[in-house]
Design a protein around this ligand. Structure first.
Ligand code: M6R
Length: 638
């Protein structure tokens, strides 16, 4: 949530900042702004709304500055107005600050600073920071004047002022600050919000996320919580909040910037839907040993997890939010049915304040594609702390499933399953969802075999079945996409949708409804099909389409009966059904056919037509599919 960028080097900063913000716009798009330093002044330009508005405001203005910071905002404190846009300045417009996060004690600080004569021009928590830095700077300058021999063991007064100011802040934040009086340095801070530094040739970058940096360099260094970086033409110095200098080395990123282009697709979401067969192939290659025999190792799964993590596990609890929570519900089904492990899936935001009682021999899994979701990180951190007094084995039983192993999640938990989906730009998760589900297949099969609950033949049959999934998705894309696009025309004015599924496909009904809500703004609900008669059926009439996921298996006939009940109430009935079902067209008004597949392997396949349906309805309504209103790709605030 919110993206910050910074540049110091020899090129014009504003162009680089704008290009960086473009790559971070997925993090928020309520307003954008940049501040640069040249001569002895800060130049700050901000605009409400998308980055394009800022770009137009800057058009034709020549700014020679070679140091600057930028921000794209997802509003928390204060409406999406220009006066609340970052960067924020101090009273003398000498200090400029961008922040991603929340300063929780901003009210007290604001009162204190107002009493000292600082005037606030915005409603934000962030504006306290430049005033606080300015106040600290003033005191430090005064001290230096009064005692010319005073020894400051600080690299610069500006650094010292930022360090002092930051020690007063409570909350989770990443900050970049520049000052007209110190035109050759930028100070960056991280406290529970991501910040990465990029090392170029004679230039340095900082950003909330690597896509803003990779067009310039792949040598990066992630700041860790409680660290401050000082970026100057001489290089980068990293310190702790208490002022100790740290020795840290950059690492090389191994991914390709081309991955963040649309490649002819109208939207990133559509491109990412089409990337799913490749993502699943990558997961298959990473998670399963194609040459495995029972003589070689216990399990055909190659997740690279320590044996100590999985041995002796008697139950599982999963913490996640949004789509990751839905993937975890599929995971619950798999862990319970394949590995006979009782599994609880909790919303991380709820778990934080009402955690389930701690139980020994429980594997806790945090699932977050971004690895930066504040609620998920806080819930996991809480769990980690709760276990501080537990046995060594229980302390180690923490696992993360993420698409960004280098994220904050990667620093928080000792074990990670990488979902290998490649960077996802569309705010609506698609390919990262199916990759998370793949990670749960691998984990459940691994645990099932290790625990002797899943026989090897069944495990191998499941893995063979998973190997068919990429082709099945390709078949859906080639045979159904045009039909779904056409069908979507009928729903451009619809205001309510119901999605039904049962068993392993109940989470897919939830996910189908979430996709539709977030990108098309149509009200949608997902229900376990058997629950409909206990209330939601009252909503049904000819204006409320019902999508039923009816894949052959243990609940197939049950779902068909539930669909009949909806049809009897005049609902237009859309069925996600196997392509070999001869009776589907009798019951359903519209059929979204998918290749027939074992029920336990059907969730990924069943998701694809629902993703396409949401996408085409939203596109038909002319909405901004990749950047839906009010949302941001990674939710780094509570
Ligand atoms: O990065 P995370 O997986 O932790 O994100 C969790 C949710 O914010 C995310 O899944 C959200 O619901 C998506 N917009 C869904 O498409």
């Amino acid at each position: 949530m919110c993206g910050i960028v910074g540049y110091i080097g020899m090129q014009a900063a504003s162009d680089i900042l704008l290009a960086g913000l473009q790559k971070l716009e997925y993090r928020g798009y309520d307003s954008a702004g940049i501040a640069t330093v040249s001569g002895d002044r800060v130049r700050c330009v901000r605009a409400k709304g998308k980055l394009e508005n800022l770009r137009q405001k800057l058009h034709g203005q020549d700014d020679p500055a070679t140091i600057g910071i930028g921000h794209t905002r997802w509003a928390t404190h204060g409406k999406p107005e220009e006066r609340n846009a970052h960067p924020h300045l101090d009273r003398d417009a000498h200090v400029a600050v961008v922040q991603n996060g929340i300063v929780e004690n901003y009210r007290e600080l604001r009162e204190e600073l107002t009493a000292k004569g600082y005037e606030f021009l915005s409603d934000t928590d962030t504006e306290t920071i430049p005033h606080l830095i300015s106040d600290c700077l003033k005191s430090l300058k005064l001290e230096s004047l009064q005692d010319k021999h005073a020894e400051h063991n600080e690299p610069s007064l500006f650094f010292a002022a930022v360090r002092q100011a930051v020690s007063r802040l409570e909350g989770a934040f990443a900050i970049a600050a520049i000052c007209a009086d110190f035109p050759n340095e930028m100070i960056v801070v991280r406290q529970q919000a991501p910040l990465v530094i990029g090392f170029g040739q004679g230039e340095l970058f900082c950003a909330s996320d690597t896509p803003a940096i990779v067009p310039h360099t792949r040598a990066v260094l992630n700041l860790e919580n409680g660290e401050i970086g000082r970026l100057t033409p001489l290089g980068v110095e990293i310190y702790t909040f208490s002022g100790h200098r740290l020795a840290k080395m950059p690492r090389l990123l191994d991914w390709n910037p081309v991955a963040v282009e649309k490649h002819g697709f109208r939207h990133f979401m559509l491109k990412e839907i089409h990337e799913q067969p490749g993502v699943i192939r990558d997961c298959l290659a990473a998670y399963f040993d194609s040459h495995w025999t029972p003589e070689t190792r216990v399990s055909p799964v190659t997740l690279g997890l320590e044996d100590a993590l999985l041995e002796g596990v008697e139950s599982v609890q999963v913490l996640a939010c949004g789509t990751s929570w839905h993937a975890s519900l599929v995971g619950k089904y798999l862990l319970e049915q394949l590995a006979e492990l009782p599994t609880q899936v909790q919303y991380a935001s709820e778990f934080r304040y009402s955690p389930a009682p701690m139980r020994s021999n429980t594997l806790t899994i945090g699932v977050t594609q971004s690895g930066e979701t504040a609620d998920t990180l806080a819930a996991l951190d809480m769990e980690r702390e709760r276990r501080a007094e537990a046995t060594v084995a229980d302390r180690a039983r923490l696992l993360g499933i993420t698409n960004r192993p280098e994220s904050s999640l990667g620093q928080l938990v000792p074990n990670i399953i990488d979902t290998h989906a490649g960077i996802e730009i569309g705010v609506a998760a698609t390919k990262t969802f199916v990759a998370q589900v793949m990670a749960f297949y691998a984990l459940a099969i691994d645990l099932g075999v290790r625990r002797g609950k899943l026989d090897v033949d069944r495990a191998m049959a499941l893995i063979d079945g998973l190997r068919q999934v990429p082709n099945a998705i390709e078949t859906i894309l080639s045979s159904q996409e045009d039909r779904i696009e056409e069908l979507a025309h009928d729903f451009s004015e619809t205001s309510d949708f119901i999605f039904l599924g049962r068993g392993i496909n109940f989470p897919i009904a939830l996910e189908g409804a979430l996709k539709l809500k977030e990108i098309s703004y149509i009200h949608a609900e997902g229900y376990p099909a058997g629950e409909m008669k206990h209330g939601p059926i009252a909503l049904l009439d000819a204006r409320v389409p019902v999508v039923a996921i009816a894949m052959p298996g243990s609940v197939y006939d049950k779902v068909l009966s539930n669909a009949q009940e909806a049809k009897a109430r005049d609902a237009r009935l859309i069925g996600v059904v196997p392509d070999n079902d001869p009776n589907a067209s009798e019951l359903f008004d519209d059929v979204l056919a998918v290749p027939a597949i074992d029920e336990v392997l059907s969730p990924i396949v069943a998701s694809i037509p629902l993703q396409l349906l949401s996408y085409y309805i939203a596109a038909r309504r002319g909405l901004d599919v990749d950047q839906p209103r009010n949302l941001a790709k990674s939710v780094t605030v509570e």
